[in-house]
Design a protein. Structure first.
Length: 126
């Protein structure tokens, strides 16, 4: 029903086969190697716990995404500079209808090392 009635699928181009194959391969890797999910949960918990203990308001969902909304463009520039000084290359998002001063979006991965996570924390907490 969804495919026949949804406008979302009408006229869309299907995924390129290499992209579909990559997605299937990723799912198979995740099924086979449970340590990836465990490390992801540990990394996300580590960063979020540290931020919460320092007074950051962190959303409850177990998402690996952390959004930081600066209070002003000056704060955004300062945070960007702190991140770069700590070898963190922040994604800054400023779209119509979003927060006035934009926001930084940090995506925690299972493959981040503790040292990399500490660099992020140092930038955010300094």
């Amino acid at each position: 029903k969804i495919l026949t009635r949804s406008r979302m699928f009408g006229g869309n181009t299907p995924l390129p086969l290499p992209l579909a194959n990559a997605a299937l391969t990723a799912v198979n890797i995740l099924r086979a190697d449970k340590s990836l999910r465990r490390r992801l949960v540990e990394n996300v918990s580590y960063v979020k716990d540290q931020l919460q203990q320092s007074g950051f308001e962190i959303s409850a969902p177990p998402s690996p995404i952390i959004a930081v909304v600066p209070k002003s463009s000056r704060d955004a520039t300062a945070l960007k500079n702190k991140c770069l000084a700590n070898n963190v290359f922040p994604s800054f998002i400023n779209y119509h209808g979003g927060p006035k001063n934009g926001f930084f979006r940090f995506a925690i991965s299972s493959e981040h090392t503790k040292s990399q996570l500490d660099d992020l924390l140092k930038a955010l907490l300094s």
